[in-house]
Write a protein that binds this ligand. Structure first.
Ligand code: XBP
Ligand code: MG
Length: 239
C-alpha cells in the first residue's frame, strides 16, 4: 500500500508571504545607516535573489559590484549589516505589514482539519519567521508548524537540500510522504535534491523563473484545494 501524504513543508519568503520587498527595503535602509553607497533596486534585487541567504547575498553583491571590499574585514561588516537588517525587517513585518499570500491560510486550515502535519523549511532566520508569523497570524501560526528549520539550523542554503533533509528527519517521514511548497528555483532544487515532490506559487520576484522538477506551477494558491494537491502528489508516485 503506498504511503499517503502525511505532511506539508512550507518555504517562507515568497511562499507563505510576499516578504522580499520588505527584505529589500531593510537591506537598503541598513546600507544607508552604515554610509555604504549601495542601493538595491528591484531589478538588481531580482538578480541578487539567485543567491539564497541575506549574508551570502551581500557577499555575492560585493564580489560583483564593490570588489575592493573583498578583504578580511568583510565578514565582520556583513555580520553587523545583517544583524541591523534583521532588526529593521522584523520591526516592519511583526506589526502585520506583510500578510500571508492568497490561499495559504486556507490550505493550512484544510491540512490541519485532515490531520496532516505541517513544517517550515527556510533559508531566512528564526527571528524573521517569528516576526512574520506574529504579524500575519497574530501569533497563532506558531502552533501550526510542528517544526521550523531556519538559517541557524541549516547553514548550507538552498539549493542545498540540507534544510529539507533536516525537516524530514525531525518529522521522521520519508520523502514520498511529504509535499513541499516553494516559490523559487533554488527552493525547487533543494526540495528535489532531498527527494521531495514540490509545488510552486510564483512570487513577485520569481515569476517566470525556471521551476523544472516542480509537480505544478501556480500563480498563487488562491484556488488550489488540498484534495487536488493530494491527487497530484499520488499521481507523481505512480508516474
Ligand atoms: C529567502 C531567502 C532569504 C531572504 C532574506 O528564504 O533567500 O535569504 O531573502 O532573509 P526562503 P535573510 O525563500 O528560503 O524562505 O536576510 O534572513 O537571509
Ligand atoms: Mg522562497
Amino acid at each position: 500500500m503506498p504511503h499517503a501524504l502525511k505532511a506539508l513543508i512550507f518555504d517562507v519568503d515568497g511562499t507563505l508571504a510576499e516578504t522580499e520587498e520588505a527584505h529589500r527595503q531593510a537591506f537598503n535602509q541598513t546600507f544607508g545607516e552604515f554610509g555604504l553607497p549601495w542601493v538595491w533596486d528591484q531589478a538588481l534585487y531580482r538578480e541578487l535573489l539567485k543567491v539564497s541567504g541575506g549574508k551570502e547575498r551581500i557577499r555575492s553583491f560585493v564580489a560583483r559590484h564593490d570588489a575592493n571590499r573583498l578583504n578580511n574585514a568583510l565578514d565582520a561588516l556583513i555580520a553587523k549589516l545583517h544583524k541591523r537588517k534583521t532588526e529593521l525587517y522584523t520591526a516592519a513585518v511583526s506589526g502585520g505589514a506583510v500578510p500571508f499570500r492568497p490561499g495559504v491560510a486556507r490550505l493550512i486550515n484544510e491540512a490541519r482539519a485532515l490531520g496532516l502535519r505541517l513544517a517550515i523549511a527556510t533559508t531566512t532566520t528564526t527571528a524573521n519567521v517569528t516576526a512574520l508569523l506574529d504579524g500575519a497570524t497574530g501569533g497563532a501560526g506558531h502552533g501550526w508548524f510542528e517544526t521550523k528549520a531556519c538559517a541557524e539550523d541549516a547553514p548550507s542554503k538552498k539549493p542545498d537540500p540540507q534544510v529539507y533533509a533536516l525537516v524530514l528527519a525531525r518529522l521522521g517521514l520519508r520523502p514520498d510522504q511529504v509535499l513541499a511548497f516553494e516559490d523559487s528555483t533554488n527552493g525547487v532544487r533543494a526540495a528535489r535534491a532531498a527527494g521531495l515532490s514540490v509545488v510552486v506559487s510564483e512570487s513577485v520576484y520569481t515569476k517566470g523563473d525556471d521551476f523544472t522538477g516542480a509537480l505544478r506551477v501556480y500563480p498563487d494558491f488562491e484556488t488550489v484545494t488540498l484534495e487536488e494537491l493530494r491527487r497530484l502528489h499520488a499521481g507523481l508516485r505512480y508516474a
